[in-house]
Write a protein that binds this ligand. Structure first.
Ligand code: DOR
Ligand code: ZN
Length: 346
């Protein structure tokens, strides 16, 4: 018997589209399955002003395939010089949906991020006042902190104090990778959600390092030990509305990944829904997939779910190309390492 599953059209609450030829190459992969996505602002140079976000939005809309049903939800890149009035104006006009906080040096193109968190207090106060969410890359950058501990230390040293100082601020912990992240979200009373990526539900640090180094599994925050992956799967499949999908699909051309100093980022836009259906199926939680992909995110952001639907069908394993070709070079697609039985059928 054919098994099908119909969901409200999913959204991606954390996505990197880049610009130029790469944008042109990867955007159709997301627009095929997703209704909306929160667009990360870490371009070179970063999207820091409302005017830059408006121009970037236009470039995305221009790159969309004919007839696509996709809305980019724009963000601003928070710097120590961000003007609270510019942020408020961009929000009031409907241009931006969130502001992104990168600790300086934490990841790809984060050099303009924040070092002194006191300097962003006025912007955070303004955001709390107007109900504009802050998306946080939750890792400390202190070189003495082990890379596998950076998320847990960030929660204690930065995120918790920041949230206590601005209690009305809505915060999304982006791409959580640890049981500590899950626990922190579950212990909060309101105003805190978290995105979880597809790949962090599937790989642990062994996948990156055992049997040879696998650059296409390297991303930030880096995947942690198995117990953390299990905690993430539990959270994602629990039905708890504080957890929702943010793929963090982050394309880099293969030569930039397959290098002595490879870039961080996993590209998963094309096969994310097949991967997630497999993960939820194995957990006997297919009835909770729609919440994770299509309902919890809009509820957190105060938006209606999409009206359109998407149907997945279970059958013989579906194959995806190992890489997609873009004008900026080939980009390797995330390999879950197991067969995918669910295909997007309509
Ligand atoms: O792996 C990652 N890649 N993590 C990030 O935080 C940034 C992203 C990128 O832009 O490539
Ligand atoms: Zn990201």
């Amino acid at each position: 018997m054919t098994q099908t599953l119909t969901l409200r059209r999913p959204d991606d609450w954390h996505l990197h589209l880049r610009d130029g030829a790469m944008l042109q190459g990867v955007l159709p992969e997301t627009a095929r399955h997703f209704g909306r996505a929160i667009i990360m602002p870490n371009l070179v140079p970063p999207v820091v002003t409302g005017a830059q976000a408006a121009a970037y939005r236009e470039r995305i809309l221009t790159a969309l395939p004919e007839g696509a049903d996709f809305t980019p939800l724009m963000t601003l890149y928070l710097t120590e010089d961000t003007d609270p009035a510019d942020v408020a104006a961009a929000h009031a006009s409907g241009l931006i949906t969130a502001v992104k906080l990168y600790p300086a040096g934490a990841t790809t193109n984060s050099a303009s991020g924040v070092t002194d968190f006191d300097r962003i207090r006025p912007v955070l106060e303004k955001m709390a006042q107007i109900g504009l969410p802050l998306c946080v890359h939750g890792e400390v950058t202190n070189p003495t902190v082990d890379i596998f501990d950076r998320e847990a230390v960030f929660i204690d040293r930065v995120l918790d104090p920041l949230r206590r100082a601005t209690p009305g601020l809505k915060v999304v912990m982006e791409h959580i990778t640890t049981a500590d992240g899950v626990d922190y979200v579950q212990s909060a009373n309101g105003n805190l959600g978290a995105t979880i990526t597809t790949h962090h539900l599937i790989i642990n640090r062994n996948h990156i390092l055992v049997g040879g180094i696998k650059p296409h599994y390297y991303c930030l925050p880096v995947a942690k030990r198995e117990a953390h992956r299990v905690a993430l799967v539990r959270a994602a499949t629990s039905g708890d509305a504080r957890f929702f999908l943010g793929t963090d699909s982050a394309p880099h051309a293969d030569p930039a990944k397959e290098s002595a100093c490879g870039c961080a980022g996993v590209f998963s836009a094309s096969n994310t829904l097949s991967c997630l259906a497999e993960v939820f199926d194995v957990q006997n939680a297919l009835d909770r997939l729609e919440g994770f992909t299509s309902l919890h995110g809009p509820a957190f952001y105060g938006l209606p779910p999409n009206d359109a639907t998407l149907t997945l069908t279970k059958g013989a394993p579906v194959t995806y190309p190992a890489k997609i070709d873009t004008g900026a070079g080939p980009v390797t697609l995330f390999d879950p390492g197991f067969p995918l039985h669910w295909r997007v059928s309509s």
